[in-house]
Design a protein around this ligand. Sequence first.
Ligand code: E4P
Length: 216
Amino acid sequence: MQLYLDTANVEEIRQAADWGVICGVTTNPSLAAKENEDFGKILPTICDLVDGPISAEVISMDYEGMIKEARELAKVHQNVIIKIPVMPEGLRAVKTLAAEGIRVNVTLVFSVNQALLAARAGAAYVSPFLGRLDDIGQTGVALVKDIVDMIDLHELDTEVIAASIRHPEHVPAVALAGAHIATVPFKVLQQMFKHPLTDGGIDKFLEDWKKAQGGK
Ligand code: E4P
């Protein structure tokens, strides 16, 4: 399973890219709105920092608007993936864009039916939002597993991005559920490094080394 970073913050992306652990980035309008800079300036910078799929979402809710925005975004860099919500106008746009070779990540997916529709329209990726399902008392990881199983069973050419990840335990859960990709917030990526036995182990190694040096 690949890891993407779920942020529009350039400094977070720079750090995660330096650590060598991320293969792509996902953004959305809420994440872009948190930044002080114009997203039009941020997107090319992200593409320079990470040599992999970079999802950027359209704001239009009508087919013509989505297509116009998507073509503009796709011109920014060959790695830009267009994010479109799962809705009839959106999937119509997915079909057109896929025929033009523009890859789409269908977002706000909360059911196997929505994932199936997106895959049939030609989506390169589908993004089930597990955290938001957990928020309403359903099991996000189970949805990820069902979508992966459906895609595998019917040999569909769509990858599953487990999105709306809220804590480090979500990551192994979606990896074992078969997600192709997990897109994680920077905080979760930092938490993934952490284990008290690692921290304690490092302290002990350094302490023992220092003691041994003193005795020489
Ligand atoms: C990524 O593709 C999604 O937009 C993001 O993971 C949503 O996360 P949230 O539910 O925490 O806003």
